[in-house]
Design a protein around this ligand. Structure first.
Ligand SMILES: O=P(O)(O)O[C@@H]1C[C@H](O)[C@@H](CO)O1
Ligand SMILES: Nc1nc2[nH]cnc2c(=O)[nH]1
Length: 293
């Protein structure tokens, strides 16, 4: 077997690298899930309700990046949710960690190579739409790829049209599955939490700075309902490789649009809200996965 190139930052990944990483990960389990979940900051609690979990730490996979952000533990969890095989990524990679954009979303390629066809993405986000409240849950109906629009699209670079890669030019309208959104809303309503649910537009910023007030007003003027620092590269790569996608933002804090606010959001605020909503998110995902064909 050819040695894997561990310095992917220099050369990008190849089809063979992706396949090798997938094989290394799959060698830990006989489970072959078609549902993958990427857990956002502080949202890894879903793993607590996975039955018969098998954990694979990222650092056992040659060439795989390491998680550096609090609230992202850096491991895969295989198991079942409500009896359905799933694969969780507890820890995603962010552009602000210093990873090039292609590396941020590379795990989605690996997931596809492992057989994942349905991608459920969660994140912690700041509310820009002033009718939202901290603790609300927004389903992504669309996104704004601010880094992508300014020259840092995740698909920049070599394109290989074999199996886990897709076309050179990709349409990204309709990325978020409307049937999934309808089902998730139904689940939330049945659990008695329909009042928390929103459908809106997520805008990705590079981070790690939270937006200034003037920037936040621009993001809102662009039409975004929530702002965060992830998810879009993963959605685009998921779309590129033909996956069905659900995006769920937990509104961890409200972004002030008026000058003079004394509130300055911190990562601890984000983690606190995520922790407060952990059990509800678990319940929602337990029920939602039963509705996936
Ligand atoms: O991984 P996500 O997008 O959930 O993480 C959010 C955005 C930043 O990484 C961090 C800010 O507290 O939380
Ligand atoms: N205000 C704000 N809150 C967040 N929570 C998670 N990401 C963000 C962000 O980018 N801005």
């Amino acid at each position: 077997m050819a040695a894997i190139n561990t310095d992917l930052s220099k050369i990008g990944y190849t089809y063979e690298d992706i396949q090798r990483m997938a094989q290394v990960i799959l060698s830990n389990t006989n489970l072959r899930p078609s549902i993958g979940i990427i857990c956002g900051t502080g949202l890894g609690g879903i793993a607590d309700v996975v039955e018969n979990p098998v954990t694979v730490s990222y650092d056992t996979v040659p060439g795989f990046p390491v998680s550096t952000v609090k609230g992202h533990s850096g491991k895969f969890v295989f198991g079942t949710l409500s009896g359905k095989p799933v694969l969780l990524m507890m820890g995603r990679f962010h552009y602000y960690e210093g990873y090039p954009m292609w590396k941020v979303a590379m795990p989605v390629r690996v997931m596809k190579a492992m057989g994942i066809e349905t991608l459920l993405l969660t994140n912690a986000a700041g509310g820009l739409n002033q009718s939202y409240k901290t603790g609300d849950i927004m389903l992504l109906k669309d996104h704004i790829d601010l880094p992508g629009l300014t020259g840092e699209c995740v698909l920049i670079g070599k394109n290989d049209e074999r199996q886990v890669f897709g076309p050179r030019f990709l349409a990204t309208n309709g990325t978020y599955d409307s049937d999934f959104r309808g089902k998730f809303l139904r689940v939330a309503t049945e659990l008695g939490h329909g009042d928390l649910m929103k459908e809106g537009i997520y805008i990705m910023i590079g981070g790690p700075t939270f937006s200034s007030t003037a920037e936040a007003r621009v993001l809102r003027m662009f039409g975004a309902d929530a702002v965060g620092m992830s998810t879009v590269p993963e959605s685009v790569v998921g779309r590129h490789s033909g996956m069905r996608i659900l995006g769920v933002s937990l509104i961890t804090d409200m972004v002030e649009l008026e000058d003079g606010s004394q509130f300055q959001v911190t990562h601890e605020d984000v983690l606190r809200t995520a922790n407060e909503r952990a059990q509800l998110m678990q319940k929602m995902f337990l029920k939602f996965v039963t509705l996936i064909d």
